[in-house]
Design a protein around this ligand. Structure first.
Ligand code: HEC
Length: 161
């Protein structure tokens, strides 16, 4: 899985490099941040809400401090992968908003068909607003570098035809 997501990521990174005009647009940082349509701005109540939702629904696997499961890069005996961290040591920040929302709502199989994973689908449990609140909380824990990178990846994803 990690390999599949990473090759998807490499595709994104290459696409990004292939369109330097986007990267060089004046005021690009602002533009990239503004382009986050699905996730509310960092700040305020939504983050506090997201933290509560995270603690109730996600922390049991992804860790109370978003640290992931121990040895999260090593496949379990079941053949599935452990839960990765959501902090800057993981790869959540490699993915655009749309993919993150889809993974949380519908599970990883929704982005990689046929892929078996222990990540539950929360579509029947959390509303879209609750899902974007959790993402706002997760993003609020990232240093600027990860947050800016993820905003760019999201902007490039939104710019795709
Ligand atoms: C039962 C354990 C479990 C719970 C609860 C859980 N997850 Fe996961 N999650 C996983 C596992 C395991 C993976 C990695 C799956 C894989 O690669 O096969 C994962 C992967 C993810 C990914 C993809 C990360 C990446 O970089 O590829 C996201 C995003 C995610 N989870 C968000 C959440 C959120 C948000 C919640 C709470 C609403 C949550 N998860 C609750 C087990 C869980």
């Amino acid at each position: 899985m990690i390999r599949v997501l990473h090759s998807a990521l490499t595709g994104t990174a290459l696409a990004f490099i292939a369109f330097p005009a986007v990267a060089q647009a004046p005021g690009n940082t602002e533009t990239a941040s503004d382009a986050i349509l699905s996730v509310p701005p960092i700040g305020g109540d939504r983050i506090a809400q997201g933290k509560t939702i995270y603690e109730t629904n996600c922390a049991s696997c992804h860790g109370a401090n978003l640290e992931g499961q121990p040895d999260w890069r090593r496949r379990l005996d079941t053949g599935r992968m452990p839960a990765p961290p959501h902090d800057e040591t993981g790869h959540t920040w490699h993915h655009p908003d749309a993919d993150l929302v889809t993974i949380i709502r519908s599970g990883l199989g929704a982005v990689v068909p046929g892929y078996e994973s222990d990540m539950p689908a929360f579509g029947g449990i959390l509303s879209h607003t609750e899902i974007t609140d959790v993402l706002a909380y997760i993003k609020s824990t990232w240093p600027d570098r990860q947050r800016d990178f993820q905003a760019e990846v999201t902007a490039n994803d939104l710019a795709k035809p």
